[in-house]
Ligand binder design. Sequence first.
Ligand SMILES: Nc1ncnc2c1ncn2[C@@H]1O[C@H](COP(=O)(O)OP(=O)(O)OP(=O)(O)O)[C@@H](O)[C@H]1O
Ligand SMILES: [Mg+2]
Length: 272
Amino acid sequence: MRTAASEPAQAGQRHDEQLISIRGATLAYPTASGDPVQALNPIDLDIRAEAFVSLVGPSGCGKSTLLKILAGLLHQSEGEVTLDGRPLTGPSPNVGVVFQQPVLLPWLTILNNVLLPIRVQKRNVDEYRQRAMDLLAMVGLEGFESRYPSELSGGMQQRVGIVRALVPDPQILLMDEPFGALDALTREQLNDDLQTIWAEQRKTVFFITHSIPEAVYLSDRVLVMSERPGRVIADFEVDIPRPRSLEDVSLPEFVELTGRIRRLLNAKGGID
Ligand SMILES: Nc1ncnc2c1ncn2[C@@H]1O[C@H](COP(=O)(O)OP(=O)(O)OP(=O)(O)O)[C@@H](O)[C@H]1O
Ligand SMILES: [Mg+2]
């Protein structure tokens, strides 16, 4: 296996056909006391179209901050962020976001929840209804279209959150610990669902997790962030053939790579 692992040099390496490019992006949060909180040190990162890239790092290191910049919800203090060569100026219909909690509207059916972004973006709902139904079926929610969120389990609601992000057919999917609140078994199922979605829908995925095995299992690359102010300290390539199955977690290369990432994080103060 090629684990192009290394300390800083690999981070920000250029590949062909970059979809996301981050150059020297920093983020300082203003605070009431006047002393800004430096959340991110300069980040240089390129992500090619259709890549699955995970980000791991200690709690509070700046992972969500970086994701919010890519979502257009925060603007970097310095540096430049481009999507498909164009500077990012705010939320884009081309970028779907999935957070840890799906935050569904309780008074809307599942189908209407996943069609909500279409309504908000003032697109023609009729054109997206079939896609929404197909995506719900793809994640095992066929027959639940007319139910309400309170009638679904946590794992089912998180599937709905993923489908909602996918319905507008964004090129990029940003996921911030989407499975963090779920039990291990549901999480494994959703990892498989996500692998299928990624393979069939050809999305570019930026995925934050606290689980190193989950990151390795799903990704083409696993980025490791330092403690706050976060910077990317390593960029591991995962060369395990796809589609991957749960048995792959016992492959020597899987165990070796998760061990390397874990040792790096422990050396830098741990993942949590
Ligand atoms: N709105 C804010 N104002 C001030 N400081 C903030 C704000 N949001 C986040 N921070 C600080 O910025 C740092 C990075 O936060 P961020 O949420 O990006 O971390 P994280 O890596 O996602 O952590 P976790 O793994 O716990 O989710 C933290 O120290 C946090 O306290
Ligand atoms: Mg976070």
